[in-house]
Design a protein around this ligand. Structure first.
Ligand SMILES: C[S@@+](CC[C@H](N)C(=O)[O-])C[C@H]1O[C@@H](n2cnc3c(N)ncnc32)[C@H](O)[C@@H]1O
Length: 220
């Protein structure tokens, strides 16, 4: 099944997020108590599979960064400079207040608009926001990400709600999101010239919620 876009992104996902609380609870959809588990799992993953002898990443991009929850507690300890992309102004305001300006630069681009330079990033992190793309948009975005990490042996990390195997995509008209299976996302990644390095499952996650996985990808 191919997931298409029915309405402009500004009218669905961005509009939805403008109306959500601009805090930890809002970012986690009411499950803010899961934040520490999510963040600890991501830090363990970075240390085990991404750093590979490096002390830190020089240039990092985070897309759909919200109020900077992941930026602060997952990426900053391992990054020299982070470009923080988030389309909702009120979320960016919170991030602007909490993140160090000498190490972070803030941009309003959506995933659809984001256009990085070639070979510009060592790590591109996309968490709980790729669900706001159609298949065409997702493929185009991953192609741009592939060109941005190619040549630097950089990584693209997609961490999101990800049912196992080849489950059908689930669209939600409330926020304009689509939850895609691991297989579906891997097909799009392969078509974009990215190969899977590791599928890192989030542990200790409530069974009533979608499983969460992090796909670590590199240019193939
Ligand atoms: C569930 S929150 C996750 C925020 C952050 N990644 C985290 O894990 O804490 C989803 C974020 O995606 C952003 N978003 C929604 N539509 C987007 C789009 N089309 N492009 C980029 N970001 C988008 C929202 O504004 C919101 O900040």
């Amino acid at each position: 099944m191919v997931v298409a876009r029915n309405s402009p992104v500004e009218e669905c996902s961005v509009h939805y997020w403008e109306g959500q609380p601009h805090d930890e609870k809002g970012m986690m959809g009411g499950f803010e108590y899961l934040s520490p588990r999510d963040e600890a799992n991501s830090r363990r993953m970075i240390e085990a599979y991404l750093l590979r002898g490096r002390k830190y990443f020089e240039y990092v991009a985070e897309l759909g960064a919200g109020i900077g929850r992941v930026t602060t507690r997952v990426l900053l300890p391992y990054s020299e400079h982070i470009d923080v992309f988030e389309p909702v102004a009120a979320n960016r305001e919170v991030a602007l207040k909490t993140l160090p300006h000498d190490r972070c630069t803030f941009y309003p681009d959506t995933l659809q608009q984001w256009t990085p330079r070639r070979e510009s990033y060592d790590l591109i992190w996309i968490q709980f926001s790729l669900i706001y793309t159609s298949d065409d948009e997702c493929l185009a975005l991953l192609k741009r990400a592939q060109r941005a990490v190619q040549g630097r042996r950089g990584y693209v990390v997609i961490k999101d709600n990800m049912p196992l195997g080849n489950a059908k995509p689930v669209q939600d008209s409330t926020d304009g999101s689509v939850v895609r299976s691991t297989d579906h996302l891997l097909r799009l990644s392969t078509a974009a010239g990215l190969k899977l390095i590791r599928n890192h499952r989030q542990d200790h996650w409530p069974i009533a919620l979608y499983p969460v996985s992090a796909l670590i990808l590199q240019s193939s």
